[in-house]
Design a protein around this ligand. Structure first.
Ligand code: 5GP
Length: 206
C-alpha cells in the first residue's frame, strides 16, 4: 500500500485570538499532527523556549536563510521576521504526517500559491472588543506592541475570504472541536483517500 501523504493545515487569525492555545490542544488530540517550528527574529517572551515555541534567531541569520531559499514562506509581521523552514514541512508531508502551520495572513497567501492543496483555516474573534480584552489580558506585550498588533486587525479580516474555513473562538473547547472536525472531514475527501486504489486491487470481486 502506498504511504498516503500528510495534509497541510494552515491556521491564521489576528494576534490574541487564541490560535496558539487552539493549536496546542489540537496537537494533544491529533497524534498524526505536527506543528511546524518557525524561525523568528523577535525576542522570546517570558516562558517561551528556543526550539519549542520558535527558533529564535538573529536578523542576519534569518536573512542568510532567505538568501539560501530555506523558507517555504516568510514575512515581516508586526516589525519582526517570521519564516517556515521548508525541509521539515516537506519531510513530514512526504512521510504521511499532517503538518500544521500557525502563520500570519501574508504567509498564508504565499502558501496558498505554492501549495494549493493546503487547507486554510481562519480563527476569528467573536468581535473586536473580545480580541482587545484578550490581547491586553495576556500581559506579555508592551502597550506599543498591543497597539501595533490591533492596528493590523482590519488588514487581517480583509484577507479572510481566502480561507477555506472560518472558526470563531467564542468558546475554546468548541473552537478546538470545530477545527478537529475540519481535520477529520478533510481526511474523508476522495482526493485524500487511498481506499479506492486499495479496494480496486481486489478486482476478483469487482
Ligand atoms: P507571535 O509573535 O505572537 O508569536 O506571532 C505573531 C504572528 O506571527 C502570528 O500571527 C503568528 O501566526 C505569525 N507567525 C508565526 N510564525 C510564522 C511564520 O513562520 N510565518 C509567518 N508568515 N507568520 C508566522
Amino acid at each position: 500500500m502506498r504511504t498516503p501523504k500528510g495534509l497541510l493545515f494552515v491556521i491564521s487569525g489576528p494576534s490574541g485570538v487564541g490560535k496558539g492555545t487552539i493549536c496546542a490542544k489540537l496537537l494533544e488530540r491529533e497524534p498524526n499532527l505536527r506543528l511546524s517550528l518557525s524561525d523568528t527574529t523577535r525576542d522570546a517572551r517570558e516562558g517561551e523556549i528556543d526550539g519549542v515555541n520558535y527558533s529564535f534567531i538573529t536578523k542576519e541569520k534569518f536573512l542568510a536563510n532567505v538568501e539560501n531559499d530555506a523558507y517555504l514562506e516568510w514575512a515581516n509581521v508586526y516589525d519582526h521576521f517570521y519564516g517556515t523552514p521548508k525541509s521539515a514541512v516537506e519531510m513530514n508531508i512526504q512521510s504521511g504526517i499532517d503538518t500544521l502551520l500557525e502563520i500570519d495572513t501574508q504567509g498564508a497567501s504565499i502558501i496558498k500559491e505554492k501549495c494549493p492543496h493546503g487547507i486554510f483555516i481562519f480563527i476569528a474573534p467573536p468581535n473586536y472588543s473580545a480580541l482587545e480584552t484578550r490581547l491586553r489580558g495576556r500581559s506579555t506585550d508592551s502597550e506599543e506592541t498591543i497597539l501595533k498588533r490591533l492596528s493590523q486587525f482590519g488588514q487581517e479580516i480583509r484577507r479572510m475570504p481566502m480561507y477555506d474555513y472560518v472558526v470563531v473562538n467564542d468558546d475554546l473547547e468548541c473552537a478546538v472541536d470545530r477545527v478537529r472536525s475540519v481535520i477529520i472531514a478533510e481526511h474523508q475527501r476522495f482526493a485524500n483517500s487511498t481506499i479506492f486504489a486499495e479496494l480496486f486491487k481486489e478486482d476478483d470481486v469487482l
